[in-house]
Design a protein around this ligand. Structure first.
Ligand SMILES: Cc1ncc(COP(=O)(O)O)c(C=O)c1O
Length: 382
């Protein structure tokens, strides 16, 4: 039997986390916190389970949660969304991305993705019968080169996928980027899939720019969000997708046969917590900026060079002065020999350019970040 995804192996996240566990290494590879979610949120889940909220939710998500999502979108991003016709709760942003692509990409369609890109996009495009057209972000700045986008457009281009704040680079899109995207999307009648799972993790006083804030983009976008990232519950695998009513109808057609629903008590617990702690997301930028600065500050005196990330909980380190090895080799070697796991970024490219970056997740306890920095500080040229 032929694989439908012949080029796909185990994801790098699974691979590196397993290697880190096997070698008892500090795990700054996969993107999840090593601290627990807020206590009232965990208590709310226990309560909802014990109170018997354990059967199927409505297909689009429990209304209490969708209403809270609408409140939060208005509060944090200044946009009004209809919980009934524009918001769908999904079992994780990955599922939302899959459903959005399956619902709108037809065989032969082309979808523009920017490399390095999150690794679920291309397999989803392939399963829909489409073709990913890869455009590398600019080296070092990790910005979109819009001239390259214009030259990559063809009559078959159906969709552009963007991700801001960006995993793995930690860069963010500017208002000029979104204006250019809106211009091209309108001119060429394109759909947009905007992956905004790190919406609240934007630093140095900057604000997240959502495609939902542009009426042109909003009319043609699926936007995916993740409670896992915002509330430190990546294992709860719950997120949501916002899209205009016509696109939401298409999305739900697929969602109802992929998972049908997301987990009921989790949805209710999230709704309870969002109701009782509406400002919790606003605390995240300071919380994670402290961690970013602690980690970057503790690397002073090391051979690594870095630009503090603008968003996400990922920091890239340029290791050129430490080693000339390929990033894939180096991050395995450091896990087994130095006890520190990271993620190579070349695996997120169709054609990896010559680069020397490793990605470190700083959603970790301060003492773990300091230990990791000490390991890195002690590295000399190999
Ligand atoms: C850019 C990006 N999109 C989507 C996801 C998936 O989110 P979820 O765990 O809610 O499926 C992740 C998780 O790491 C991510 O980094």
């Amino acid at each position: 039997m032929h694989s439908k995804l012949p080029d796909v192996g185990t994801t790098i996240f699974t691979h590196m986390s397993a290697l880190a566990t096997r070698h008892k290494a500090l795990n700054l590879s996969q993107g999840f916190p090593d601290f627990d979610a807020p206590l009232p949120l965990r208590e709310a889940l226990a309560r909802r389970v014990m109170e018997g909220d354990n059967q199927y939710a409505p297909m689009a998500g429990v209304m209490l949660l969708r209403e809270q999502i609408a409140i939060q979108l208005a509060r944090h991003h200044g946009v009004q969304c209809n919980p009934d016709s524009e918001i769908t709760v999904v079992p994780g942003a990955t599922a939302g991305i899959f459903c959005a692509i399956m619902a709108s990409v037809h065989p032969g369609d082309e979808v523009i993705v920017f490399d390095p890109s999150y690794d679920s996009y291309e397999p989803s495009i392939n399963l829909a019968g489409g073709r990913a057209v890869h455009i590398p972000l600019t080296p070092d700045q990790f910005a979109i080169d819009w001239e390259r986008v214009v030259s990559a457009l063809s009559p078959r281009t159906r969709m552009i996928i963007i991700n801001s704040p960006h995993n793995p680079c930690g860069s963010t899109l500017s208002s000029t980027d979104l204006a250019e995207l809106a211009r091209l999307a309108e001119q060429h009648d394109l759909l947009v899939l905007s992956d905004e799972v790190y919406e609240h993790l934007v630093y140095d006083g900057a604000k997240h720019l959502s495609v939902l804030q542009s009426s042109i983009l909003r009319a043609r976008s699926f936007v995916t969000f993740s409670f896992g990232k915002t509330f430190s519950v990546t294992g709860w695998k719950t997120g949501y997708c916002v899209a205009p009513p016509a696109l939401t109808t298409l999305l739900r057609q697929v969602h109802q046969f992929v998972s049908f629903v997301a987990v009921t008590p989790v949805q209710l617990a999230l709704a309870d917590f969002m109701d009782s702690h509406p400002d919790y997301p606003s605390t995240l930028a300071d919380f994670y900026q402290h961690k970013r600065d602690l980690f970057c500050g503790a690397l002073k005196g090391s051979l690594f060079t870095l630009t503090p990330c603008a968003g996400t909980y990922f920091q890239l380190l340029d290791y050129r002065a430490v080693s000339e090895q390929a990033d894939t080799v180096l991050c395995e070697q450091w896990t087994t020999e130095h006890g520190l796991a990271s993620i190579p970024i070349s695996v997120f490219y169709q054609q990896p350019p010559l680069q020397h970056y490793l990605r470190f997740c700083f959603a970790k306890r301060d003492e773990v970040l300091l230990q990791a920095a000490e390991i890195l500080r002690n590295m000399t040229y190999e």
